[in-house]
Design a protein around this ligand. Structure first.
Ligand code: PLP
Length: 372
């Protein structure tokens, strides 16, 4: 689905130099590269505070921990996302409240959010799924009306720009709510050579609280005011990410170009729906996801695999139907859009190293199976 070796080869001298500097300094945790990357990411995102951490799941957990919520408080999120989003809510003894998504963008449906609000609702976690921003204007209006926190899960959309259709201001996805969370898992759009994550906010108090939480709940060394966690981005990953951050916009352009090729190849196909980008966001195509109608999806995936072509289903099981998250509040049929997408989506390889020759092979193989 990605070509991390090809991507590395293109920037190898720069990355190797950065890695060797860390090796020579032996400053493996808390080295100056961490602060440097933090500042460069703050500038890139146009946000006051970036707090680096160990991974995207921790980012979400730390964000929730900083809000001082009580057990049983409700957090609304989407049923169509990677498990991490709901996992951290459950881990903290908060109650995940799931809602359905928009069938075109796959992102959380703001009307469904408003319907799910109760007196115990404290926060909303919109996920900017597959690389485009959720409808943040509407979500922010709802959050204001009901006094809720917004934590954006932008693990898949770092670098995407969102333009408010009312205020006409453009900001980066992840900088629109109270807190944004991202992941530097190797296959993400800004990928480390291992795990990594970051939390962003413009709020000084939340930033201070989250810096304390990621560091064992400690403000003064060995004095612990809160129960925290140990979540750090190590120096090596920060050094690598600082090199790759310079290429993030270029990487997004390469992904967008690849998406356009696929869009053209499948245009107006009766059985293949290509990705729809909402008017208020651009799309950085963390995934390129088709919706198939009347197609034997498993058969198609096997046909592609036989030709050495990767494909994947993100995500085959909605959260409310996952064994660990079964809950008497929910049953099959509650989130029809999510359930239909889980049965009919399929993602094709999308990354920075695709060529038109490779893409032609992929689209020819898909069309040979589905019919053109
Ligand atoms: C990858 C991802 C995460 C978790 O990130 P990790 O760094 O793997 O912990 C959370 N949410 C979404 C939507 C993701 O895609």
């Amino acid at each position: 689905m990605v070509d991390l070796i090809g991507q590395y080869q293109k920037i190898k001298p720069e990355v190797d130099k950065a890695i060797h500097e860390v090796l020579e300094s032996a400053y493996f945790v808390g080295g100056p590269q961490v602060k440097q990357f933090q500042q460069n990411l703050e500038n890139y995102l146009g946000i006051k505070h970036v707090i680096p951490c160990a991974n995207g799941t921790d980012a979400l957990q730390v964000a929730l921990m900083a809000l001082n919520l009580q057990p049983g408080d409700e957090v609304i999120t989407t049923s169509f996302t990677f498990i991490a989003t709901a996992e951290v809510i459950a881990l903290l003894n908060l109650t995940p409240v799931l809602v359905d998504v928009d069938p075109d963008t796959f992102n959380i449906d703001p009307d469904a959010i408003e319907k799910a609000i109760t007196p115990r609702t404290k926060a909303i976690i919109p996920v900017h799924l597959f690389g485009q921003s959720a409808d943040m204007h509407t979500i922010k209006e709802i959050a204001k009306k009901y006094d809720l926190y917004i934590i954006e899960d932008t693990a898949q959309a770092i670098g995407a720009s969102y333009t408010c259709r009312v205020h006409d201001k453009t900001k980066k996805a992840g900088t629109l709510g109270h807190i944004g969370c991202t992941s530097f898992f190797p296959s993400k759009n800004l990928g480390a050579f291992g795990d990594g994550g970051a939390i962003f906010t413009d709020d000084d108090d939340l930033a201070e609280q989250m810096r304390v939480v990621v560091n064992h709940g400690m403000k003064v060394r060995y004095y612990h005011d809160y129960v925290g966690v140990n979540s750090r981005l190590d120096t090596m990953q920060a050094a690598i990410l600082d090199v790759k951050l310079k290429y993030l916009d270029e990487y997004a352009k390469a992904r967008q170009k690849a998406a356009t090729y696929y869009n053209n190849a499948f245009a107006n196909h009766p059985k293949i729906k290509t990705p729809v980008t909402a008017s208020f966001t651009d799309h950085v195509f963390h995934q390129y996801t088709l919706v198939l109608t009347d197609v034997d999806r498993e058969g198609l995936m096997k046909h592609l695999a036989d030709k050495g072509i990767a494909s994947a289903v993100y995500y085959p099981v909605p959260l409310h139907l996952q064994k660990a998250y079964l809950d008497p509040r929910y049953k099959e049929g509650d989130f029809p859009v999510t359930e239909q997408l889980a049965k009919s989506v399929m993602s094709l390889p999308i990354h920075t190293e695709l060529t038109e020759e490779i893409q032609k092979e992929i689209t020819d193989a898909v069309l040979a199976f589905v019919g053109s």
